[in-house]
Design a protein around this ligand. Structure first.
Ligand SMILES: [Zn+2]
Ligand SMILES: [Zn+2]
Length: 351
């Protein structure tokens, strides 16, 4: 099969023929029809997350894929060849306490296609424990739109709706108007929140307005915490840091009113080693509720997909380009310079 392979970190991916993945009894092989390109791929491509990838090269990234089942293992009961499917980027073991209670996204034995093994910048991908991990994709949702849900839309949905418990009328500030931030903006706005989007790029803020932000702040020219306090009359009810750099994380927490809720979705980059300093006494005395949010458990997909099928949510609005495998290089390069607007989705797996 064709795949876009990382042979050296930070060097262009090589589009080449590689062996097809092999199925097992509980798994399926997915014939990939579309795969989103994500900042997480960029982190991995730069070699920043050896804990996820095992540090072994060559490696095929791509964790935002959808397609059609081409082979189902002999113990798979819920899926058969020809089924349209979407794959969560976090796959659970299917039998631990967390998986059984609906929290497959925090399974201790998690696997992640495109990270812990070869993923969707390729024609075919193996998905283990299919009955508990694979999600049927409604006919009303196109492959390209579904890939646009990627990790960003599902991650934002889980973060805003399930982890953050957004309420209608909440002031919600979203730091970072990339894929996750724009998704969070659309989802929170759809849920009735007043969303303020913060970024350093006006074109991204324009897109944030198009998907529902009622206010935008360009933080390269305006001090965002004060601006949020002015707009909201004292601070946001909820903040989302969709980026994960120290500045956005601290500004997001600092933008909250007392008793506000912060949802951290963006992972910190290489230089921070996963650590960002916060003034803990402020969290205590202001009773700030700080929550981490990771991916989305399989069982929650139903709610998200039903809202997409009925036209209430539009993840396809965030897809700005359909590309071929070799174009992933340009998409990654644009992330290095923070030039990407919206999401690129691979739909051509021939070159
Ligand atoms: Zn599990
Ligand atoms: Zn992703």
């Amino acid at each position: 099969m064709r795949a876009a392979v990382v042979e050296q970190y930070k060097k262009p991916l090589v589009v080449e023929n590689v062996p097809d993945p092999v199925d097992d009894a509980g798994g399926v092989i997915v014939d990939v029809k579309a795969c989103g390109v994500c900042r997480s791929d960029w982190h991995g491509w730069r070699g920043e997350w050896p804990g996820f990838t095992g540090g072994d090269l060559p490696h095929t990234f791509g964790h935002e894929f959808v397609g059609v089942v081409s082979d189902a293992g002999k113990s798979v009961t819920q899926f058969k060849p020809g089924d349209r499917v979407i794959i969560p980027f976090t796959l659970g073991c299917g039998h631990c306490w967390f998986c059984r209670t609906g929290h497959s996204n925090v399974c201790p034995d998690i696997t992640m296609p495109g990270f812990t093994y070869d993923g969707g910048f390729a024609e075919y991908v193996h998905v283990p424990n299919a009955d508990s991990n694979v999600v049927p994709l409604p006919d009303a949702v196109s492959f390209q739109e579904a890939a646009g849900m990627g990790c960003r839309f599902m991650t934002a949905y889980h973060g805003v709706v399930e982890v953050g418990k957004v309420h209608p009328g909440d002031w919600l500030v979203v730091y970072g108007a990339g894929g996750v931030g724009l998704s969070a903006t659309q989802i929170a706005s759809g849920a009735g929140a007043n969303v303020i989007a913060v970024d350093i790029a006006d074109d991204k803020l324009d897109l944030a307005r198009k998907v529902g932000a009622v206010e935008t702040i360009n933080s390269s020219t305006t001090e965002p915490i004060e601006a949020v306090r002015d707009i909201t009359g004292g601070g946001a009810d909820m903040s989302v840091d969709a980026l994960g750099i120290p500045t956005t994380l601290r500004n997001a927490v600092g933008s909250l009113r007392r008793r506000g809720t912060h949802v951290q979705i963006g992972m910190t980059p290489e230089g921070e080693g996963g650590e960002v300093a916060l003034t803990i006494n402020d969290l205590i005395t202001n009773e700030i509720d700080y929550r981490g949010s990771f991916g989305m458990p399989t069982v929650e997909f139903r709610y998200l997909l039903d809202q997409v099928s009925t036209g209430k949510l539009h993840p396809g609005d965030l897809v700005t380009r359909a590309i071929g495998l070799s174009d992933v290089n340009e998409a990654l390069d644009n992330m290095t310079t923070y030039k990407t607007v919206g999401t690129s989705v691979v739909t051509d797996f021939t070159h």
